[in-house]
Design a binder for this molecule. Structure first.
Ligand code: ARG
Length: 400
């Protein structure tokens, strides 16, 4: 019997996929990967067995996700189109790694994911899976079977499959510890405001309590404490997410350019991600030499696009990560951020590696900057422009 390892979430599609793959003649190993999404995965695993999986496993990958995927994304200040912190894009390569590990362990010759044909996730899975194990076949049952949601439900009912008939949410949700995405339903009209009841991680900004300051400590680019209390990365993300969410901070409503060419309307909540990136970037501005910081901002955009577009397992991503590993050495210190209704703004920063020098910056009597240096510097700095102007006249400079 052929064996397939299925990325199983416990939702309708991947539940039906267990039965569907069996009908195609596969032994199905269902793997649910915990990347910090809500819901009872233990119960989902029991159901996978009832659906006929020969083996069903729950893999708690939260620590691995935090340290090997979320942390590099934070250190890259990764925001696709300047806004979206790559929530779903980050979890796919990790889930792919785990599928391949289980396939090798169980002797499966195929792996399967439950993505449809319109999104980015199918690309991320298939590129990652093939890059990790080109010899293993990749199946996309949900893309192949061509059933819509109602047909999928009928398929399950006809076979009496134990699928969860959750309250019929019109939304498509994906969540992990870096944030939550909400698509479909009324959101498909980009003119509609997102209804308040789609949000789970953030309260309404209008209901926020009095503003509060929170101190985030970083050690070499890793968040290590909140308000002086030492925390592991996973706990730091969780606890900051709760605070930020309670202030209604972290909501994103955007038109997104998908890899497959479609423009889509996407709503996200990523309170921890956006707060940590704001603080991390602020501390970088305090500790990185300016040309390093500028080059890093350029490479960050490349890194983010690579990961969004499914190329986590690529030599360019690895090479940029080596660069960021090097720049992160200096990023130690504290940032004080202020949460108020819907906002999170850095309002203080300090670092043993601060390149900010009060003597150089101040306008008061402690000023140690040699003002007389400026005159000659400016003459040389502007020399090429001034020379051009002398020869071409000022109209040449203005391009008229
Ligand atoms: N548009 C986002 C992305 O491409 C979110 C995708 C959500 N995935 C899902 N299966 N609902 O990263």
């Amino acid at each position: 019997m052929k064996k397939v390892v299925l990325a199983y979430s416990g939702g309708l599609d991947t539940s039906v996929a267990v039965a569907w793959l069996r009908e195609q003649g596969y032994d199905v190993v269902a793997v649910a990967v915990d990347v910090g999404q809500p819901g009872d995965l233990h119960e989902a695993i029991v159901r996978a067995e009832q659906l006929g999986a020969v083996d069903a496993r729950l893999v708690d990958a939260r620590e691995r996700y935090a340290s090997s995927f979320v942390l590099p994304a934070l250190q890259a200040n990764a925001l696709y189109q300047g806004r979206y912190p790559l929530v779903s894009a980050l979890s796919r390569p990790l889930i792919s790694e785990i599928l391949i590990e289980v396939a090798k362990e169980t002797g499966a010759t195929a792996v399967a994911h439950g993505c449809t044909g319109k999104g980015n996730d199918q690309v991320r899975f298939e590129v990652s899976l093939s890059a990790l194990a080109p010899e293993i076949e990749v199946l996309a049952p949900v893309r192949d079977w061509g059933m819509n949601r109602d047909e999928t439900i009928s398929y399950a009912q006809e076979r009496d499959l134990p699928v969860v008939t959750t309250r019929k949410s019109p939304y498509s949700i994906d969540e992990n510890l870096w944030g939550r995405s909400i698509e479909c339903g009324v959101l498909e009209d980009p003119w509609n405001s997102p209804p308040e009841d789609i949000y789970e991680l953030t309260s309404s900004p209008g209901d926020a309590p009095e503003p509060v300051d929170v101190e985030i400590g970083f050690d070499k680019g890793i968040p290590v404490s909140i308000d002086g209390e030492a925390l592991g990365l996973l706990n730091a993300v969780e606890s900051l997410g709760k605070i930020a969410g309670s202030y209604g901070f972290g909501r994103i409503d955007m038109i997104e350019d998908r890899l497959v060419g479609i423009k889509s309307r996407e709503v996200y909540e990523a309170p921890a991600a956006l707060a940590l990136i704001a603080a991390h970037q602020d501390l970088e501005n305090m500790t990185l030499e300016r040309s390093v910081a500028r080059e890093k901002r350029r490479l960050e955009a490349t890194w983010t696009q690579l990961v969004y577009e499914g190329l986590w397992f690529s030599p360019l991503r690895t090479a940029i990560d080596r660069f960021i590993e090097s720049t992160s050495e200096a990023v130690t210190g504290d940032v004080r951020v202020r949460f108020a209704g819907g906002s999170c703004l850095p309002v203080g920063r300090r670092s043993p590696n601060a390149l900010y020098d009060h003597g150089l910056a101040t306008y008061d009597h402690e000023d140690s900057f040699r003002h007389s240096d400026a005159e000659g510097f400016i003459r040389l700095w502007g020399l090429p422009a001034v020379q051009w102007s002398k020869v071409q006249g000022s109209s040449g400079t203005q391009g008229v």
